[in-house]
Design a binder for this molecule. Structure first.
Ligand code: NAG
Ligand code: NAG
Length: 359
């Protein structure tokens, strides 16, 4: 119970994020074009990243063919009315007015704030809500799954795994299955299931080869400056999209090898702490988890990154703390944060266009 309360405070505090100071990272070379099938693009994420995966899928449904959501914060637009609605979404799914949300989705679609919602018909979603998750009520993920089904998506649900707040894995890298995954394990929990493989295999129609546990990555992890994709407003810069992202490229997918590959975008969970190097060390555990599926199946993995920002904390007035999150309830102060024009979504969309050779 204590842990649960803490997490709720973290969310409340995020509702009070103002502007912050961005940590600078070393230079990297521009993201390149790769040989990618434009009909193969999928996304996934955990927690705030899971919510963002949903937002990105609904926003750009003409481009994104599937989404994997690990403990995201409920259905699309659930946090639209701000941090209080977001808290109901994650704690009290019974309070969520689904009819209203479905109407909002239809409205967003007909006013072109998001792509035509009929694109979701036949697309794929993987939705996992653990029975032991004390941060996000499993019922919230059930609502998300219901929303996907309402719009005709093919959904693989996982609602019987005793996972806490983490991504189930089966290779000894994770924390205890029922834990609130600590950042130090890359948000991975040891539950006897490789859910990253299961998710990707579902999104790609059950055609993928299964990685052996503990296999080493063989591809290249290439940093790139995200500033190339910040066009327009200073708003995009101030919303923590500076610094370097990474692209993981299996050997077969290097341009000289002329193989057509798939593209998957990973939205990781928020992290805390002022040390960017340590934070990247931890992120690499998540990158490795995806890479083992990528190498075997020619999937390029795009890992956009949010910069840590020094922001005021809700818990200790007058003090500041480093944090970074995908915006799932408007804490960036943008009313369009959950649509195509949201700052974070626009930047990631341009990265995908670059990989396709169109930006
Ligand atoms: C959707 O749009 C209709 C027509 O413009 C409007 O009456 C309704 O209030 C909107 N519903 C929501 C939930 O935004
Ligand atoms: C999805 O498309 C099929 C085939 O066109 C159609 O029969 C079905 O009603 C559609 N589902 C939704 C939810 O729109």
């Amino acid at each position: 119970m204590r842990k649960f309360v803490c997490s709720v405070y973290v969310l409340l505090y995020l509702g009070h994020v103002a502007t912050g100071q961005i940590i600078k990272k070393s230079d990297a070379t521009s993201l390149e074009k790769y040989n990618v099938d434009p009909d193969s693009i999928t996304v996934s994420g955990f927690a705030s990243g899971g919510s963002f995966a949903t937002q990105f899928h609904f926003s750009y449904s003409s481009l994104i063919k599937g989404a994997g959501i690990f403990a995201g914060y409920g259905p699309y637009l659930c946090g639209y009315e701000g941090v209080e609605s977001m808290l109901s979404c994650i704690r009290d799914p019974n309070l969520v007015n689904m009819a209203n949300l479905l109407q909002m989705v239809d409205n967003f679609s007909s006013s072109h704030k998001i792509d035509d919602i009929t694109n979701l018909n036949g697309s794929r979603a993987y939705v996992i809500g653990g029975t032991r998750n004390l941060v996000v009520n499993q019922g919230s993920l059930r609502l998300l799954s219901g929303m996907y089904k309402h719009f005709g998506a093919n959904v693989l649900d996982q609602f019987s795994i005793p996972v806490g707040h983490g991504i189930p894995v089966n290779n000894g890298r994770g924390a205890v299955c029922s834990a609130i995954a600590p950042w130090s394990t890359g948000y991975l929990n040891e539950c006897g299931l490789n859910s990253v493989f299961q998710m990707l295999n579902w999104l790609y129609g059950g055609t993928l080869a299964t990685p052996r546990a503990g296999i080493q990555m063989t591809g290249r992890l290439i940093p790139f400056p995200q500033s190339d994709f910040i066009k327009g407003s200073a708003h995009e810069i101030s919303r923590a999209m500076g610094g370097n992202g990474h692209i993981y490229v299996p050997i077969a997918c290097l341009p000289e090898n002329r193989v057509t590959c798939r593209l998957h975008v990973v939205f990781r969970e928020c992290s805390v702490g002022p040390d960017p190097l340590k934070r990247f060390e931890e992120e690499q555990k998540l990158i490795a988890q995806y890479a083992e599926v990528a190498d075997l199946n020619n999937i390029i993995m795009l890992h956009p990154s949010l910069e840590l920002m020094l922001v005021p904390t809700f818990m200790a007035p007058g003090k500041q703390q480093y944090n970074d999150c995908w915006d799932s309830f408007g804490f960036t102060g943008q009313s369009n944060y959950a649509t195509k024009d949201g700052a974070q979504a626009s930047v990631v969309y341009r990265m995908i266009q670059r990989v396709l050779g169109e930006f």
